[in-house]
Design a protein around this ligand. Structure first.
Ligand code: SAH
Length: 223
């Protein structure tokens, strides 16, 4: 079950996510084994709960990362292009990069420069072959506007809650493409938006959640 998947090691955490049936695709399981959370979370990396990473931000709980990767698995095939909005620690960006491979690209966009810088330090230290002009690009900026330079994307993951339907981001999805995003203020839900090959968008509420808001940097510091 969600929240109950903690382990003593990265492998044990992944095993528990499999046992809880949160993750089941071989691509997701291998990516979560290949990317060790301890490289991105100083405190309790294998606890199944969000952990503070400073600047009013958290690394999301492992079960939420698992749900996100499973939800997007068809859009993280080798060679595909993804956007990770609110990339924070860089952990999920790295998992997505493990899945899209050398011919794919994952852009992580984060509005707190210190977090973007730290994620790059950690990525360079542990996955140097994925950064600096290769499969991961980390950008400092306002993710609410997406990142037009590398659009359109096969999928977009949003790691912070949008107050309402994120239309600017939907415009940067390919046809077909999929977005996994928490939406709402007091009551938040993961919404999966699917854009079909004709550009028509449908949406499905998947589960209730609690994420930090997708906001201005100044508002984030006020908590
Ligand atoms: N997915 C990441 C971070 C989750 S926390 C991880 O698991 O490590 C949400 C992140 O969104 C925080 O790092 C926060 O700084 C960032 N964020 C919030 N509003 C943003 C905005 N407007 N643009 C870009 N990033 C934003």
């Amino acid at each position: 079950m969600a929240w109950m998947c903690s382990g003593k090691t990265n492998d044990e955490l992944v095993d528990n996510l499999v046992k809880a049936r949160i993750i089941s695709s071989s691509q997701v399981i291998s990516a979560m084994r290949a990317v060790d959370r301890a490289h991105f979370s100083r405190q309790y990396p294998y606890e199944d709960s969000p952990q503070g990473i400073g600047y009013g931000a958290t690394i999301s709980a492992p079960h939420m990362h698992g749900y996100a990767l499973e939800g997007l698995v068809q859009y993280l095939k080798p060679g595909m292009r993804a956007l990770d909005v609110g990339s924070g620690s860089g952990y999920l960006t790295a998992c997505m990069a493990a899945m899209v491979g050398d011919n794919g690209l994952v852009v992580g966009i984060e509005h707190i420069p210190e977090l973007a810088d730290q994620s790059l330090v950690d990525l360079r230290a542990h996955y140097p072959e994925w950064v600096d002009g290769k499969r991961i690009e980390i950008v400092t900026g306002d993710g609410r506007k997406g990142y037009g330079d590398k659009a359109p994307y096969d999928c977009i993951h949003v790691g912070a809650a949008a107050p309402s339907k994120p239309t600017e981001l939907l415009a940067q999805l390919k046809s077909p493409g999929r977005m996994f995003v928490p939406v709402g203020t007091n009551n938040q839900y993961i919404v999966v938006y699917d854009k079909d090959s004709n550009g028509n968008v449908t949406e499905e509420r998947v589960m209730g959640v609690r994420y930090v808001p997708l906001t201005d940097a100044a508002m984030q510091f006020m908590g």
